[in-house]
Design a protein around this ligand. Structure first.
Ligand SMILES: Nc1ncnc2c1ncn2[C@@H]1O[C@H](COP(=O)(O)OP(=O)(O)O)[C@@H](O)[C@H]1O
Length: 178
């Protein structure tokens, strides 16, 4: 079972409210570093890692145990190099991640992005409120050591580029900083 001390490459978690840009940025980070991109939503859908369907939210309810079992070998591997994207973080084993990035976005921009996705008013409101309260940042700070948690604004393409640079720089310094 690998830890930060034994992993050859860092494992990276990109979290934040839905619509903040996790999958767009995660894809770019994984490509630039030649890491594996683990998009949790996609893994859950493709491998039926869910319980019942939630009519109100129009989505399946994640089965956390099934998901953790499903990605465990990749996350515990000594080679590391996983970029994980999910709008939650407290149920992952703490040892899995060397860096946790929390994307943030203003509520008006987030509203537009979620409306463009065709989300219901109910679902938009829930997600925008989650962003207003900074729920994901709080969850990340409660779940991981403060020195590995980074808050990143994700409102413009320029910020997306800056975030990509910052993550790649930190990943490159991973072993040096141990
Ligand atoms: N920094 C950004 N600047 C401008 N548009 C962005 C930014 N980040 C994401 N977007 C756009 O917002 C939408 C949601 O992004 P996405 O990566 O799917 O979010 P998430 O994975 O967090 O749900 C997409 O249309 C994406 O192009």
């Amino acid at each position: 079972m690998a830890t930060a001390e034994t992993r050859l490459r860092p494992n990276i978690l990109i979290t934040g409210s839905p619509g903040t840009g996790k999958s767009t940025l995660g894809q770019q980070v994984a490509e630039k570093l030649a890491f594996d991109f683990i998009e949790i939503g996609k893994e859950v859908r493709e491998n039926q890692l869910y319980e019942e369907y939630d009519e109100q939210y129009k989505c399946h309810v994640l089965d956390e145990d099934k998901l953790l079992d499903h990605i465990q070998d990749r996350m515990d591997s000594t080679s590391g190099g996983a970029v994980v994207d999910y709008h939650g973080c407290e149920f992952f084993p703490e040892r899995w991640f060397d860096f946790v990035f929390v994307l943030r976005c203003s509520t008006d921009k987030l509203y537009d992005r979620l409306a463009q996705r065709g989300y219901s008013d109910f679902k938009i409101k829930e997600n925008v409120e989650c962003e207003i309260f900074g729920s994901l940042l709080e969850e990340a700070r409660d779940s991981y050591k403060p020195e590995i948690v980074f808050e990143l604004q994700s409102e413009s393409p320029e910020q997306m580029d800056e975030n990509l640079e910052k993550i790649c720089e930190l990943a490159a310094g991973f072993k040096k900083s141990q």
